[in-house]
Design a protein around this ligand. Sequence first.
Ligand code: GDP
Ligand code: MG
Length: 163
Amino acid sequence: MKPTIALVGRPNVGKSTLFNRLTKSRDALVADLPGLTRDRHYGHGRVGGKPYLVVDTGGFEPVADDGILYEMARQTLQAIDEADAVVFIVDARIGLTPQDKLIANRLRQLDRPVRLAVNKAEGMQASIVAAEFYELGLGEPWAISASHGEGVRGLMEDILDGF
Ligand code: GDP
Ligand code: MG
């Protein structure tokens, strides 16, 4: 069975850049403007002979709701619901944010594999990059660079190992 892997995270963390690398396609719009990709994009890829379907989501849009500042966008929740596994992407340059913690709280309740990818880590020491993200409670953070292709293969091999 070909697993479906959803890429989730705040706008601008590099979901579409990672999607493009994982699919070698131009299907996902990569932009400097946060949150430009609103809908889900699907693409096929393969690592170490193992095929997968990857889903790029529009990320988490700010919603004012009874004092809760941010909620997962419905599209993203649907993508997670359809997925066999999730790659949650955070930004090594920005560091841990309150929105990251809210997203992590939801992902921790999932009964399927989640990997935490700390993106934009090129030129940084992996252990230092990872340190502040352990508290999200999603296991070992994976330092990656979607744009430089660093750490991506190891992350995908690890997540595909379970399928
Ligand atoms: P999305 O909103 O999560 O889909 O993020 P994008 O993929 O559109 O990327 C947002 C910005 O981050 C763009 O300017 C990308 O070029 C940049 N970016 C993505 N991945 C990396 C990376 O690994 N390193 C660095 N330095 N920038 C990156
Ligand atoms: Mg995007």
